[in-house]
Design a protein around this ligand. Structure first.
Ligand SMILES: [Ca+2]
Length: 94
């Protein structure tokens, strides 16, 4: 019974230590990436949304995608303007 009791205490200490480390990790990461944080970003698991066109909404023809930590940015290629999601030709020389 004594060994079982000690093991329970050790387990409790281990669980508490893991919990504390997780809390610390989350705090550090939230501070770093700001308040617009989801679970995947908290643990710095960045998804490269630009690797697959189904994961970003950038203009597939006249825009391009830039991967960022926890997000991505859409921009227009040269000669086109817009928000990166919809890029329209600035001018057409007749
Ligand atoms: Ca990303």
């Amino acid at each position: 019974m004594l060994t079982a009791s000690i093991n329970m205490e050790a387990l409790l200490v281990l669980v508490m230590m893991v919990f504390l480390v997780m809390v610390l990790l989350v705090k550090v990461c939230v501070y770093r990436v700001g308040f617009h944080t989801v679970i995947t970003q908290v643990f710095f698991v960045d998804i490269d949304e630009c690797a697959n066109s189904t994961m970003n909404n950038c203009d597939p023809n006249n825009g391009f995608c830039t991967n960022t930590e926890g997000s991505f940015n859409c921009s227009c290629i040269g000669g086109y303007s817009g928000d990166g999601i919809t890029c329209i030709g600035e001018s057409t020389i007749m």
